[in-house]
Design a protein around this ligand. Structure first.
Ligand code: AVJ
Length: 329
């Protein structure tokens, strides 16, 4: 596996690439062996729309199953959240999932404040306005930022109940186990004295996992390839998306789905003034999606400083939702 990025580069022609975080991460990732692109770059407007379509696919059980678990156990979860809580959602997106929880409360116990954290500012402002209209007593204060970086939350006041982190969708699955541990440690610190409600996808028959990431309509393939199209759009790269294949496979030892883009032939791609050579069959690793057992995830949470509480799952044990207590310290 050779990675060829030529050394005789012209720094000026490269400014569009090097002034963008995506550009820098892309070049860095493609210079490594094996080549990789961080999965957070899937989510431009087109990628986010493709992801929404993935969530509706018959094979993609994750979103649907988590939704069923949340609505089946909503009143019990509302009891754990308690009165006048503050809910902090990590990577909130369209603010849809929170509504299942909000609807489970009697009005006099309803959460007091909701802090959705998301990197996409425009998207969230609009969703926040709609949410305020539906829940007039809820204080909605979006935080635009990267939830993986440490951030300061607005101070609570005595009228506000427990602080509850909400991290649905098995998004934690994108983190390598050591990153997952670091994220959970920092969440335990941020939520000190409160709790975390987190959705985690479970280990299951590889055929089921394979179908979820290789759907028959090719939406996941389009989602994966979209990161190359985004590089063309935003950075002026010249990836020929027809010359890469989507490949997703479950790795049972590492307990993760890996998504790759495989070069269909020898080809050279220009990104700014850098030229990246691909041999036929070379891969770009675009995503890992870790799967856990219930006990495996609970041990990780305990290692990160949480006390494990109740776990809710579906009848087929496909997906899990965990309640974790963050000790006062
Ligand atoms: C948003 C990270 C939970 O891993 O299942 C869906 C992203 N990738 N299909 C997942 C994804 C391909 C998704 N997460």
């Amino acid at each position: 596996m050779r990675n060829s990025i030529s050394v005789d580069t012209l720094p000026r022609a490269n400014s569009r690439v090097m002034t963008s975080e995506f550009g820098r991460d892309l070049l860095m990732g493609l210079a490594q062996t094996p080549r990789s692109i961080p999965p957070k770059y899937f989510y431009d407007a087109v990628g986010s729309a493709l992801f929404d379509r993935i969530c509706d696919l018959p094979e993609y059980y994750l979103t649907r199953t988590e939704q069923t678990i949340l609505s089946t156990h909503a009143s019990e979860i509302a009891e754990w959240i308690g009165p006048h809580a503050e809910i902090v959602e990590f990577g909130a997106g369209s603010l849809k999932k929170i509504q299942t929880l909000l609807d489970a409360f009697d009005t006099d116990r309803s959460p007091a404040r909701y802090l959705p954290i998301d990197i996409s500012g425009e998207h969230i402002a609009q969703a926040a306005a709609q949410l305020r209209a539906r829940y007039p007593t809820l204080l909605v204060q979006p935080i635009i930022g990267d939830y993986t970086a440490p951030l300061t939350l607005p101070p609570t006041d005595t009228r506000i109940g427990q602080r509850v982190g909400f991290f649905p969708g098995s998004t934690l699955g994108n983190f390598h186990p050591d990153e997952a541990l670091a994220f959970l440690r920092s969440a335990a610190g941020m939520l000190r004295g409160g709790s975390l409600l987190i959705g985690i996808d479970l280990i299951k028959h590889p055929a089921r996992l394979h179908a979820a990431y290789n759907d028959s309509q090719g939406v996941t393939a389009a989602f994966n390839l979209n990161v190359l199209r985004r590089a063309n759009n935003e950075l002026g790269a010249d990836f020929d998306t027809d010359q890469f294949n989507h490949h997703a496979i479950y790795h049972p030892v590492l307990q993760r789905i890996e998504m790759h883009l495989i070069s269909r032939r020898e080809q050279t791609v220009s990104i700014g003034d850098q030229r990246v050579l691909f041999s036929e069959g070379d891969t770009i690793h675009t995503e890992s999606s870790y799967k856990y057992t219930i006990d495996g995830f609970r041990s990780l949470a305990v290692k990160a400083g949480f006390r494990a509480g109740p776990v809710w799952t579906d009848r087929e044990r496909q997906f899990s939702v965990h309640w974790l207590h963050a000790p006062r310290g």
